[in-house]
Design a protein around this ligand. Structure first.
Ligand code: FES
Length: 215
């Protein structure tokens, strides 16, 4: 017994050796367990499911200022905007405080920025309307009437050519980082909307204040 715990010449005792082995095994097990937990907790989304990238063919894009395209699997509305185009001005127009034209494609998250209800496009009124507390939004998602606190959120869009090369992606507002409408290069064949990359809308003035008909 005394032999088992006695150090060899210039070496460690058998008991020390066993402690080291036990410690190393424990450390290895902890590292493996932690790695597995991280792997399980990291979100993994496949293309085509919410949280990942949703493919949309360019030919399904609505006409300029036309009613939005509902993309249920991505939980967004796809809109094609041009505030300078007389076509569809009842849906998309330029407000007094908007110095620059609003032109391009945007993917708008389908959840109201007030308390998270699912709003809808109301064709008779040419705007998005939330059934819960009455918020209204213009075709591009800007608030017409509150209680919504901000413009509808948007996802990032990638424009792809026939070889699936990215030829353009949603530009961002310099101040807020909000995704601005994307002007499509002519070689665009399809889009990819990244539903894992969403930016909150800004908080500009209510549009009803310009027309003096806020409720
Ligand atoms: S949740 Fe849409 S107005 Fe309240």
């Amino acid at each position: 017994m005394a032999e088992a715990t006695t150090a060899g010449a210039g070496g460690m005792t058998r008991r020390e050796f066993l402690y080291y082995i036990w410690g190393a095994s424990l450390a290895l097990f902890t590292a493996e367990f932690t790695g597995l937990m991280v792997w399980f907790m990291l979100p993994r989304f496949r293309e085509g499911e919410f949280g990942g990238r949703i493919p949309v063919v360019a030919s399904s894009l609505p006409e300029v200022n036309d009613e939005p395209l509902n993309v249920p699997e991505g939980r967004f509305w796809l809109v094609n905007l041009d505030s300078t185009n007389p076509q569809g001005q009842e849906r998309m127009y330029q407000a007094e405080d908007e110095a620059e034209p609003i032109i391009g494609v945007a993917a708008i998250y389908k959840v109201c920025t007030h308390l998270g209800c699912i709003y809808n496009w109301t064709p008779t009124n040419n705007r998005f309307e939330c059934p819960c507390h009455g918020s209204k939004y213009r075709l591009d998602g800007r608030r017409i009437e509150s209680p919504a606190p901000r413009t509808l959120d948007r996802f990032k869009i990638y424009a792809l050519d026939a070889d699936d090369n990215v030829v353009a992606e949603s530009p961002q507002d310099e101040e807020t980082g909000f995704y601005l409408p994307l002007v499509l290069p002519p070689e665009t064949v399809r889009f990819s909307v990244d539903t894992g990359d969403k930016k909150e809308g800004p908080k500009p003035q209510l549009l009803c204040e310009f027309t003096g008909n806020c409720p």
